[in-house]
Every structure is written in C-alpha cells, then in structure tokens.
Design a protein around this ligand. Structure first.
Ligand SMILES: *[C@@H]1O[C@H](CO)[C@@H](O)[C@H](O)[C@H]1NC(C)=O
Ligand SMILES: *[C@@H]1O[C@H](CO)[C@@H](O)[C@H](O)[C@H]1NC(C)=O
Ligand SMILES: *[C@@H]1O[C@H](CO)[C@@H](O)[C@H](O)[C@H]1NC(C)=O
Length: 469
C-alpha cells in the first residue's frame, strides 16, 4: 500500500472504526503461482504481511518413499530461494509460518496415505519433520487432507487419526503448530470420511474448505463457497464441525480468493445448471476452469455480474463462460457467520490470486475484506511499507547482468539484488538459474577480470576489459 493509500485509508477508518479481536488470519500462498504470466506473477515479498497473522506456504513440499519430508520443487524453493525469502516474512503481523503437505496432486496424496498407514513411515515422518521445520525456520505444518479422494481406503479414516496422535506428541515436544485442511462439505460421503471429534482434538487448527479443484470438471455449475445452500454451504459446515468437534475456536473458515470458471450449456446460468466443462484457459494462469481474481478483475466491464441472495455469493457471465468468485459482500456475510459462531479465524486461499497489485482498486482487496472484519485496522496505519521503490528496476524480475554472464540480479520492488553463479556456470536468462557455461548462450565480447585473477600488463591489457568486484 502506498503512502497515499494509507492516508486515504486513515481517513476512512477514523469513521468506520473497528475493534481489535483475537482472530487468526491465515494467508495461504501458492508459491507455484510464480509460474503465472505477466502481471499475475506473485513473489513472496509482495504479500502484505500486515494483514496476515499466519503465512502458509503451499507447493513444492512432499514426502518420499521412506516417509521423510522433502522438497519436491528444488528449482523454485531452493534455487530461486523462495523458501528462504518466504520464511523471512515473519514481520509485521505475521507471527508464524507454516508449510503445506498433501492436497490433490496425485503422487503427493498417495504417498501421504502410505505414510499415515505405516508406523515405520510415520516415525520417519515425525523425525524428519522436526528437522525440516528447524532447518527452514518454519513454525508448523498444514496437512491438506481432502478426503475422500479417488483412491482412499476405508481404513484411512482411522489411520489419519493415529497419524495425528503421533504428530501432536511431536508437536508438543518440539513446539510447532499442526493444522489440517479438510473438505467441509456435509454430504454423507464426505462426512463419513472424517472422524471429526478426534481430528479437532488432535490439532491446533482445522481449515474448513468447501472448494475442490475438480469441481469445474463436474457437470454442473457450482459456487466455490456458498454461505447457504442444499449441497454444500459454509453455514452447514460450521454448524456441523462446531457441534461434532466441540472446539469452534480451532475452526478456521476457508475463503477462496481464486475463481472457478465453467462453460455453460445453452447459456443457462443458474447455479446447478448443466455445464459443458471447465471454463476457457486464460492467458496468465493458463489452467482450464481456473482464474485468479487479479487476472479477471480488470475486465469486469465485459462481464455481467450478479449476486445470488439465496447463496450469498456473486457470479458472473460472459458469452458461454460462467465464473464463481468472492467479493466484499460475500466475504462480509461469511465473516458475520464466523464471528457469530465464535470461530478462530479465516484462511485466505490463496493470497496470490487476490488483486495484490491493486490493478482494480485497493491492493489485496479480498484479503482486506477479511482483515477489515477480523483484524486490527490500526496496524495498517502504524506500520510502513517494507521496501521503498527506487526506480532502478522498472519491474520485478530476474535478469542477467548486462556485462557478465556469471552475474545476475533480481529486481524486487525497485531494488536490485545481485547474485553470482559459481565458477564455471553462467546464468541462463531463459531458465533463470545458473547452469554450466558451455550449455548457456553468452555473447560476451569482453574480458572479465575479478580480484584474484592474474594481472595484465601493458602488453596484454585487453581493450574490452570489464572489472567485476
Ligand atoms: C505478457 O508479456 C509478454 C512479454 O512482456 C508479452 O509479449 C505478452 O503479450 C504478454 N501477455 C499478455 C497476455 O499480456
Ligand atoms: C512400512 O514401511 C517400511 C519402510 O518404508 C517398509 O519396510 C515396510 O514394508 C512397510 N510395511 C508395510 C506393512 O507396508
Ligand atoms: C527421503 O528424503 C530424505 C530427506 O531429503 C533423504 O535423506 C532420503 O535419502 C530420502 N529417501 C529416499 C528413499 O528417497
């Protein structure tokens, strides 16, 4: 948020006011969103750490055959330093940083299922987890357990609780946070897959989600997270998990900030109408049935936007395209339910999908709708933005140095941060990491001299010498 926005915000908040409450605001950050194109790319340091109490990293974490926690996307998390950068974001209001395991990625959920059902692997998991958390200075783990999955077995329900019992003992000893993300739907099949009282007992937080990545592939138009409704609703999920779990303070309401898109059949736009399948692939996120809010919002004029008063969520149509999303009104209604039900807080899933750069108005406008209801507005006024843009870098990106193929830099909020490849490697501008010299195209028609290299004398002094310090 720029200084001007702050002033503006200050003026507004004087009038609205807001009491500080003890709510948690979890910000899920999909590190993989860096693969989105152009203005939709989100770097860790873009995240407004004033509006989150917990940062939760998703993408690139897994378990291997022996049950040990490992990084599956070394390229992004290690080579590009994203994990380190993200772990450094424990500033402003962010008190804790968690990472996520599980979810829908086929191999990952299968391997996790193997871990929960095998005591040897479970023990390996607990052991490696504490080492992993310490190594990367993380404060906890979120297990994304959206049961029942395609290949889940009946015994998974019991095994998952056994797994959580061991995890809790380890967490108590090593002081880390345990959160599980569950599918909060209240249909028979979903409810049968979870031992709700046991799960709630063993963990610190339960992230109640209604959305599912595969929904867009279903044959019906569906909302991501309707507040009311017969098939799935936040209201029903909250009531059921509160009653069965006996600990509403542990429940965290998952708010989807991304958009799900469908292709309508015969332009029937009422929710539940037949769908021909996922919506069209869009230029930035390039995933059928999916869009980020920041990608969509600059084009809202071309869409017919409606608000469904029965389900309390908006939707929009354009041609044969249909999208489900959240706006200030739908989030505000959910926050009322959250407060009335005395839940522990909300989860913004995922903040990279939000209008993080303020293309359509306020920066992080959806997250702000959550923060406005749950957070302490005053903190937005008393903390200053982290980085002062200096104008050296027009846009955030990784570039090779103009002179030296071994040197590269990162533009971040207008600042340049220099790095150097190890000897024998050049920075590959296309792949954006260091690779062996002979594999990288480098048209260096000058001679580099670094401290420690042999000195030149008048005779062999190159005319095109570039000194690198
Ligand atoms: C994204 O950026 C690239 C390079 O800057 C440009 O060529 C392309 O047209 C942009 N794509 C969109 C969809 O704006
Ligand atoms: C449990 O895991 C261990 C180690 O990975 C393996 O040796 C063992 O066969 C597994 N047990 C079962 C019952 O699958
Ligand atoms: C599992 O991962 C750990 C940690 O990265 C590693 O030490 C171990 O060798 C891996 N085991 C297998 C079988 O891949």
């Amino acid at each position: 948020m720029g200084p001007l926005n702050c002033v503006l915000a200050a003026m507004i908040f004087m009038i609205c006011g807001s009491a500080a409450e003890d709510y948690n605001i979890f910000c899920q950050y999909d590190v993989g969103s860096i693969a989105y194109k152009n203005e939709s790319q989100v770097y860790p340091w873009y995240i407004d750490t004033r509006m989150c109490t917990h940062l939760v990293l998703g993408h690139g974490f897994g378990v291997n055959e022996t049950g040990e926690v490992q990084i599956t996307d070394e390229f992004l998390l290690i080579k590009h330093g994203f994990l380190k950068s993200a772990a450094e974001l424990k500033i402003d209001n962010v008190k804790k940083i968690l990472f996520t395991l599980g979810g829908w990625a086929d191999g990952e959920s299968r391997r996790l299922t193997q871990v929960i059902s095998n005591s040897t692997k479970r023990d390996e998991f607990y052991k490696s987890l504490t080492i992993f958390l310490r190594k990367w200075r993380l404060d906890g783990i979120q297990i994304d357990w959206r049961s029942p999955s395609q290949d889940s077995k009946p015994e998974d329900k019991k095994n998952f609780v056994t797994f959580l019992e061991g995890l809790r003992l380890s967490a108590q000893e090593h002081k880390f946070i345990v959160m599980v993300a569950v599918l909060g739907r209240t249909d028979k099949k979903t409810l049968a897959a979870y031992n709700i009282p046991a799960i709630v007992k063993e963990v610190d937080f339960v992230n109640l989600m209604l959305h599912e990545e595969r929904d867009a592939h279903s044959r019906k138009l569906g909302y991501n997270a309707p507040l009311y409704g017969p098939e799935k609703s936040m209201d029903a999920a909250v009531k059921h998990w509160s009653k069965a779990g006996h600990a509403p303070k542990k429940l965290i309401m998952g708010i989807p900030l991304f958009m799900t898109s469908y292709t309508m059949d015969k332009k029937k736009s009422t929710v539940g109408s037949p769908s021909k399948g996922p919506g069209k692939t869009t230029p930035y996120t390039r995933r059928p049935g999916f869009m980020t809010y920041n990608e969509w919002c600059p084009n809202t004029k071309k869409w017919a936007i409606n608000f469904d008063n029965k389900f309390m969520v908006p939707y929009a149509t354009q041609g044969d395209q249909w999208v489900s999303f959240e706006n200030g009104q739908s989030i505000s209604a959910k926050m009322n339910l959250l407060k009335n039900s005395k839940l522990g807080g909300a989860m913004a899933w995922t903040v990279d999908a939000d209008d993080f750069s303020g293309r359509c108005g306020q920066e992080f406008s959806l997250l702000f709708a959550i923060f406005e209801a749950l957070g302490d507005i005053k903190t937005l006024l008393t903390t200053t933005p982290k980085y002062e843009p200096s104008g050296l870098c027009p846009r955030d990106e990784w570039k090779r140095d103009h002179w030296d193929c071994r040197l590269y830099y990162e533009c971040r909020n207008g600042q340049r941060y220099y790095y150097e490849c190890i000897k024998g490697e050049f920075f590959d501008e296309k792949l954006k990491y260091c690779r062996p010299e002979h594999e990288v195209e480098c048209k260096q028609d000058f001679v580099i001299w670094r401290p420690g290299m042999p000195l030149y004398d008048m005779e062999n002094f190159p005319r095109n010498l570039k000194i690198v310090e």
